[in-house]
Design a protein around this ligand. Structure first.
Ligand SMILES: [Zn+2]
Length: 253
């Protein structure tokens, strides 16, 4: 598995929000340093990539905030690199910010700018590498932006599990993945704010490993293991690295 990351993601000055918290990316990467994977730095996404998921007017508006624009382009570029790596046969985790799943074609909220996962999947589709995709969004919040951006692509399914307890949550994910068929790529919007000490107050660290393993197993069954994941939320910094590492362990093995 490849990790997609660049030291520039650690710069918190692009946005004064929770996703831009100082130390957040160092926390996320802490559990991955020294792991059995190569770290690749992404190129920034270009207009042609972003316009697959967003309106030109929206891009112009974001361009008015150069630090945010640069960071968000790097994040989307990271997701694209993860998707291309996955399509080439090796899974990838893009450890990027800002997150993307609350970004629609012409608007974004919830600390998001560009819809990283949607941009990546639409890039693969534009390159005629995939015709269908399954997005598993394990963030505590619903990926409304991803649903909106991918709404006119019938072969793209977006699944936001919901359950009261961690045990139920894992069962819901397992059951839904077992139903899936005819998918060319499995993408995970990997939010970690469902953690028991984060805003979601539900999942524990081993649950993230289990979620990674379920996504891996589904990709092996559906599409020869083609899978990538992109960081979304996750704000409890002391344990973010352990949770990211747990997910990646399950996702990679
Ligand atoms: Zn969230």
């Amino acid at each position: 598995m490849k990790i997609i990351y660049d030291q520039r993601f650690a710069d918190p000055s692009y946005a004064p929000d929770n996703a831009g918290l100082p130390g957040r990316m160092a926390s996320a990467m802490a559990g991955l340093r020294g792991g059995p994977w190569e770290v690749l730095a992404p190129p920034p996404a270009q207009d042609a990539d972003l316009l697959l998921a967003h309106d030109a007017a929206f891009l112009e508006g974001i361009a008015g905030d150069p630090p945010r624009d640069a960071m968000a382009r790097l994040a989307a570029g990271g997701a694209i690199l993860a998707a291309r790596t996955a399509h080439g046969g090796e899974p990838a985790f893009a450890c990027v910010r800002p997150p993307g799943h609350h970004a629609a074609r012409g608007e974004a909220w919830g600390h998001c700018t560009f819809n990283n996962v949607a941009v990546a999947l639409l890039t693969l589709r534009a390159e005629h590498r995939i015709h269908s995709a399954l997005v598993l969004d394990i963030d505590a919040h619903t990926g409304d932006g991803t649903r909106k951006v991918l709404a006119d692509w019938p072969q793209a399914e977006v699944f936001n599990p919901y359950a009261e307890t961690a045990e139920e949550y894992l069962a819901v994910v397992e059951a839904r993945l077992a139903e899936a068929s005819s998918v060319d790529m499995v993408a995970v919007s990997a939010g970690f704010d469902g953690y028991r000490l984060d805003v979601g107050h539900k999942l524990d660290t081993p649950d993230f490993e289990r979620l990674g393993a379920l996504a891996r197993a589904a990709s092996l069954r559906l599409c020869r293991g083609r899978r990538f994941a992109v960081l979304e939320g996750g704000y409890y910094l002391p344990d973010l690295g352990a949770n990211v590492a747990a997910f990646c362990k399950g996702f990679a093995e």
